[in-house]
Design a protein around this ligand. Structure first.
Ligand SMILES: [Zn+2]
Length: 300
């Protein structure tokens, strides 16, 4: 199983176009000990030939371009090694990239019923994915029900990770949808190996810990360092948990007993651990965690 991190940042990327937080400001000045990151995006393959995208980030076009195994073959004229896309949620940073794949390439998109409804029933822009009858085939994900990703033994187990729908979904619409289908995490299995991917999770449930004990690698929500990170910066606003993210400081404790390779992903540009000269960076690294970056590989 080969997992490639095509992007490691939270929504907005790093630096974010309209942000002058200490991280973004210093990065632009060339005075930051750390690297820029595009918005969180994984690609996964069981055979290094057929690939699945995990989410479809707003940076997807350049992310595909930067990773040659995702390029088309010389012939036929139109083709792609990308066999399908698996969505964790209907958030902009998880799903906008679907629109960048509108060039009539047959694709399979795996999403919960709620995510599919939000995207294609409530947004006429997504009609661009329905211009040919066989353009996009939607497969419905049900939390807790495992499914095969392609024909090469790659298995995916979706898990309900949070119950809040994106802020752009009208409350009346959200009330019609199934809460457990709002945000997913995934376990991927192949050849006796197991990887967890939870880029957005406000809580850590005991049953996840049991399943994570047998993982070789865990990608977990690294959005915010502390619960009040954005409130400290802006003077008001929501906590990390209210935005659907478990603070890194508490994750370090909650997942400390796991033997797996542990990697924070979906890192917000305000997170002080991005600065490799910071105390926060040293704390994370000395606790045995890694911080995902664009171009990181996990091969099992
Ligand atoms: Zn910033």
């Amino acid at each position: 199983m080969h997992i490639r991190v095509l992007g490691a940042a939270a929504g907005g990327g790093f630096p974010q176009w309209n942000c002058s937080c200490p991280n973004c400001w210093r990065l632009r000045l060339g005075q930051f000990a750390g690297q820029p990151r595009s918005q969180a995006q994984l690609a996964i393959s069981a055979d290094d030939v057929h690939w699945f995208l995990i989410n479809a980030s707003p940076d997807l076009r350049s992310q595909i371009d930067a990773f040659p195994p995702l390029h088309p073959l010389r012939l036929p004229l139109r083709n792609s090694p990308i066999a399908g896309i698996v969505l964790t949620s209907a958030e902009v940073d998880a799903a906008l990239g679907l629109l960048l794949l509108r060039e009539f390439q047959p694709l399979t998109v795996y999403a919960t019923g709620a995510v599919r409804q939000i995207l294609i029933e409530d947004n006429s822009l997504f009609e661009v994915l329905k211009r040919l009858p066989d353009q996009v085939h939607w497969v419905r994900l049900i939390p807790g029900v495992a499914f095969a990703l392609g024909d090469h033994g790659l298995k995916c187990i979706p898990v309900s990770a949070a119950s809040a729908f994106p802020g752009f979904v009208a409350p009346a619409r959200a009330a019609q949808l199934v809460d457990s289908e709002a945000v997913l995490g995934f376990f991927f299995e192949h050849g006796g190996h197991r990887v967890a991917f939870f880029p957005g999770a406000p809580c850590i449930y005991p049953e996840w810990l049991d399943q994570m004990q047998t993982c070789d690698a865990i990608f977990f929500d690294g959005t915010f360092w502390s619960d009040d990170e954005l409130i400290r910066l802006h003077g008001d606003g929501k906590t990390a948990r209210q935005m659907g993210h478990h603070p890194v400081t508490e994750t370090l404790t909650a997942l400390s007993d796991l033997k797996a390779r542990k990697i924070f992903i979906h890192i917000n540009n305000t997170n002080p651990m991005l600065d490799e000269e910071s105390d926060e960076y040293r704390t994370v690294r000395s606790a045995g965690w890694e911080i995902a970056f664009d171009g990181m590989d996990v091969v099992l």
